[in-house]
Design a protein. Structure first.
Length: 192
């Protein structure tokens, strides 16, 4: 392989180590190195599914989200077009409807957060959207729909703030939304 790609053997070893750490390759002693999964790369480009302690993963994702999403919501207020605002409002309504009907709301919840992130107009934030979406899914799966009232209320507050262009209101509402998630996760993890 080193010869084929015109690189040193140490480069190949380092690349293999990196792919092993991401769960793509697997080393079997005495047998060689094998592809473990190609599906993971497509469905989990950041390799977050390899974390075994889902509560720890959720809390670490929270740390990233609290640094990122309140500011993203604030910037979205300034950059959102009327069309963007209408999309966010429709997604907020859809999440609420699905939640109230007892149906799976996670896909629409992810679209809601993604729409806000895209309104930031920041390309780096757009690259980080998979982190946000992984967090939404992880939180929802661990809290088992126990935050229905809080999710509906804070999504509505975020949406209303974006609709009126209230950056501070959107930022504060996003902080509350994330804080409710964090508190519920802490409560659940203590009881497990």
């Amino acid at each position: 392989m080193a010869e084929k790609f015109g690189v040193g053997r140490s480069t190949i070893r380092e690349a293999a180590k990196s792919l092993v750490s991401k769960g793509i390759l697997e080393v079997k002693r005495g047998a060689g190195t094998f592809i473990k999964s190609t599906e993971m790369v497509v469905n989990d480009p950041l390799g977050l599914s390899q974390f075994e302690d889902k509560y720890r993963l959720a809390m670490e994702l929270f740390d990233v989200r609290i640094l990122l999403e309140p500011e993203v919501a604030a910037v979205a207020c300034k950059n959102a077009t009327e069309e963007d605002k209408e999309r966010i409002k429709n997604l907020c309504d859809e999440v609420e409807r699905l939640y109230m009907e007892g149906k799976n709301h996670i896909k629409k919840d992810m679209e809601f957060h993604e729409a806000i992130a895209k309104c930031s107009g920041n390309q780096v934030v757009e690259v980080l959207i998979p982190v946000i979406l992984t967090a939404v899914t992880t939180f929802a799966n661990l809290t088992n729909r126990k935050l229905q009232k809080e999710t509906i209320e804070t999504h509505r507050e975020i949406t209303d703030a974006i609709m009126r262009g209230d950056s501070m209101g959107a930022k504060c509402a996003m902080i509350m939304h994330l804080t409710y998630n964090r508190q519920k996760l802490l409560e659940i993890s203590k009881n497990k």
